[in-house]
Ligand binder design. Sequence first.
Ligand SMILES: *Cc1c(COP(=O)(O)O)cnc(C)c1O
Length: 408
Amino acid sequence: MTYKAFDVAKIREDFPILKREVNNKPLVYFDNAATSQTPQAVIDVIADYYGNYNANIHRGVHTLSQEATDAYEVARQKIQHHFNAQKAHEIILTSGTTHSINIVASGYATLLKAGDELLVSAMEHHSNIVPWQMLCEKTGAQLKVIPMTEQGTLDKQAYANLLSEKTQLVFVNHVSNALGTVNPIEEIIEKAHAVGAKVLIDGAQAAPHIKADVQALDVDYYVTSAHKLCGPTGVGMLYGKEDLLNALPPYQGGGEMIAEVTFEKTTYADLPHKFEAGTPNIAGGIAFGAALDYMNAIGFDAIAAYEQELLDYATTALKKIVGVQIYGEAPQKTAVLSFNVQGIHPYDVGSILDKFGIAVRTGHHCAQPIMDYYQIPGTIRASFSFYNTTEEIDRMLAALERALQMLQ
Ligand SMILES: *Cc1c(COP(=O)(O)O)cnc(C)c1O
C-alpha cells in the first residue's frame, strides 16, 4: 500500500468509523489529539491475532506461542526502526505514555537525593507532571517549572537560567496536546546534557505527526502511546538508552521480568523483559507495529504537509468569527486549534457541535497549568488528522456560527 499523491478520499476509505453518523449527521471527528481512529488494516491485524494465533508469548514451545512471540518481537523491531533506536531491547512495550513515564519516575526514586532538581515545562500533560511530583515527595528532590509565554512557547532564557549542576532530569513534551506547540527539543536536550542532566521527551502528541529519530536527538528517554497514531489503546512504548535502562530498577515484579526466582533472592531478566512483567497486550503490540506500517506507507512528510494545510485553513477562517480567541500560536504547531468564544463556556459550544455530529474536546485537556496560565477554565479543542478534510472544517465553522446564535 503506497499513496502516490496525498489522496484524502482514498485514505478515508481505510477508516470504517468515518462512514458512521452521529445524531443523524455524518461524523466529523476532530478529537484526534485525544485518540486517533483506527484503519481497517490495523483492525484486521487484531482480529487475525485472536482468530488465528492467540497464545501467551516467550514461554511456550508450541507453535501458536512461537508465532505470537515472533509477531510481537517483529513489532518491537518495527518500533525500533521507526524511532531509529540502536537496539531492539531499548524499546520497552508498555500500556502507554502514562505507564512509560511512571516506569522512569519510579525508578529514579533510588537514584536521586534531597537537593537534586528536576525541570518540567509549564505546558505538560498531567501524566508528565504528577509522577515527578510523587518522585519529589519520595526523594526530597525539587521540581522547578520552565515557564511559558503568551504565544504558547517555552521561555528559552528562563530554561537556560534554571539549568545547573543540581539538575538531574528535564521532561518536556515534544508537542503540547493542549496547544499544538512543537517544542525545540534538540536545543532543550543539548542544553540539559551540557550540565549533565538526562532528558525524557513525552512524544505522545508528536508521534502521529513527526517521526522522531532518538539517536539523532541523543534523547535519553522517549515515550509514546499507540492510540494517538492509528494503533489500539492500552499499548505504548518507552525508549531508553541501554545503559540508563540497565541502571534503572524494575517497576513491577512478576512473571516474565525475572531471570531466577527463589524465596531468598530473585535476579532480574535482561532488557527489555526486566520492565515487561506479566502478560502484555500482545495483540496491541502487534497492532502498534501495523499502525506504524500504515502511517509510514502514507509518509510522515506528506501527513505533516497536509495537516499544516488543514491547520492554516481552519485558523484563518476561525479568526474571522467575532469573539473567537485562539490559544497557542507558536510558529511551529501541529494541527491543534484551541480556542474560546467570548462569554460562552467551552462545554456549551462542545455540546451543540455534537448535535451536528462534530466531535471536539472541551475542558482542560489534562493540562490544567496551561489553563491557569491563561486564566480560563478550559478551551474548545479541534485537532485534525490526515484523514480530515477542509469540507469538514467548513461544517464545523457553520455549526459554530449556529451555536453562537443560540448561545449569545
Ligand atoms: C495523550 C497524551 C498523554 C497520555 O497518554 P496515555 O495514552 O493516556 O497514557 C501524555 N502526554 C501527551 C502530550 C498526550 O497527548
